[in-house]
Design a protein around this ligand. Sequence first.
Ligand code: NAP
Length: 248
Amino acid sequence: MEHAGRIAFVTGGGSGIGRAIALRLASAGAAVAVVDLHAGAAEAVAAEIRAGGGRAIAVAADVSAARAVADAAARARAELGTPSILVNSAGIAAFDPIATLAEETFDRMIAVHLKGTFLACRELAPAMAEAGWGRIVNVSSTAALNGGGPGLSHYAAAKAGVIGLTKSLAQELGPRGVTVNAIAPGLIDTPLIRGAGAPEGLYDEVVRRLPVRRIGQPDDVAAACAYLVSDEAGFCTGQVISPNGGAA
Ligand code: NAP
């Protein structure tokens, strides 16, 4: 198994895309720290991995809080070993027109997506660089590339920040054997999009215009991630891969 003996740290691992990535990494032999805001969601995924014969722990943490991320990393190191794979998938989404976009809502969007990604990278990248091998995958969004549509300015800005962070870290960490890439998914069927308060009919309209004529599934994103964290992807860094069904 490709990742036997490796440790993965997956934020947002309790649901949707992060869950699919955690399960996929575990099936490739990695021990997984499933990190999520909600202990119960993280534990359900960790238990699923253990039931399948893998190693996993659940860690409840808010990725926007430096202390919580440091504690989560410490637990992963103590109970599993030093992570060499980091996937930042924790996220939130909401539709807020600019006229009524509250400062706290904007700040929270940036804190979870951009600061959370920064904090986890800061916590885990040094040991990867020290060891001379590491893989970091940051989940951005097509919204970072095309704006996402009305009401998503905070979300698009946070996700665009993730791409800038990714590209700069790729330059910084490349010489030490650590690749850093972003995935920019299109519309993926997860609890996040169902709870985001999208305008009626928006998702149906998006899917109707997609060349593949279907909504994406978490495994569509996990497949892209599996490539980016693989040994054979060592020449791929600072890139944005976009599983999006062919969205324009
Ligand atoms: P999801 O099913 O809601 O999973 C995200 C997980 O992250 C949830 O368990 C969520 O908990 C957790 N989370 C939220 N805030 C957190 C925090 N501060 N600290 C730790 N965990 C936190 O959503 P998803 O669709 O899989 O999204 C995963 C990533 O993909 C997100 O970054 C999202 O922006 C991105 N993305 C999604 C789509 C899509 O169409 N689904 C498209 C492009 C990009 P709660 O449930 O409590 O919020």
